[in-house]
Unconditional design. Structure first.
Length: 268
């Protein structure tokens, strides 16, 4: 495991259904995607970070941003994210894939490293490790780690549209076949349904922008504890997008998912 190449793939496209161009919205003077990628690259355990976008002309702007900021960029399928993730990681000769979605601009690099380190320490025990099954961290600190051999099996065998669109369900929905590890928040708290730090709606951007406005100039790489301390001092900030706390993609697939319960999502 010590010599394995660990590659992080950040999926990104402009054609978001609920909030188009959300990855281009401003945070501290630059597009959200840039700010988020800066945070991910602070991880000490990732060897390469790749922005995986689509071949659609609407995403030329993402390729241009990557070139301007010296980010690695891969362009692949619009809808088959499983294929896009695998091919991107394969192109960069990954042994292990770290999957992080582009709607997590408050992600803490220390949490990324915690999940990766847990995988490294237990690589003989697990095929897949995340902090999502079950989730305990504030929503928007999503980290998944999977060995490429297992991801290839998913690529070759996944048939449900949900499995192709969300990359990893084929794996974590089969605990009888794959060894699944999970990292829980060391505080013992569960803020996964109460603290929404991801972006899908205009209110989410308003919330995240407020966090950046308060914290970025003091420390560009503020972490989870800095955000929680700010929310204690300024509780009105959390109210900005509180109506969407607990809303996630699971709500649209509860009839297909075996390992996710209705208590793990909010239906709106």
């Amino acid at each position: 495991m010590n010599n394995s190449s660990i590659v992080c793939v950040i999926q990104a496209r402009t054609e978001s259904t609920r909030l188009p161009n959300k990855i281009l919205l401003p945070l501290a003077g630059k597009p959200l995607l840039i700010r988020m990628t800066e945070r991910v690259t602070r991880s000490s355990l990732i060897d390469e970070v790749i922005i995986a976008t689509t071949t659609d002309t609407s995403d030329d702007i993402i390729a241009d941003l990557c070139k301007e900021n010296n980010f690695n960029c891969y362009r692949g399928s619009m809808d088959d994210l499983l294929k896009r993730h695998y091919n991107a990681a394969e192109e960069y000769k990954a042994d292990v894939l770290v999957k992080i979605p582009s709607d997590c601009p408050l992600i803490d690099p220390a949490i990324i490293d915690k999940v990766i380190q847990y995988y490294k320490d237990n690589s003989a025990k697990f095929d897949y490790v995340s902090n999502l099954h079950p989730a305990t961290y504030p929503d928007g600190n999503d980290v998944e780690v999977v060995r490429m051999k297992v991801l290839k099996e998913a690529l070759e065998n996944a048939v449900l549209p949900m499995e192709r669109e969300h990359t990893t369900p084929y794996i974590w929905e089969r605990p009888e076949e794959y060894r699944i590890g999970n990292v829980e928040w060391e505080t013992g708290l569960d803020y996964s349904m109460s603290h929404r730090w991801t972006i899908d709606y205009p209110q989410d951007h308003d919330f995240i922008k407020k966090i950046y406005d308060f914290l970025y100039n003091k420390n560009p790489f503020f972490g989870i504890n800095d955000i929680l301390e700010l929310l204690k001092k300024e509780p009105s900030i959390q109210e900005i997008n509180s109506e969407f706390a607990g809303v996630n993609w699971y709500r649209n697939h509860l009839n297909e998912l075996k390992t996710v319960s209705k208590e793990q999502t909010k239906i709106i």
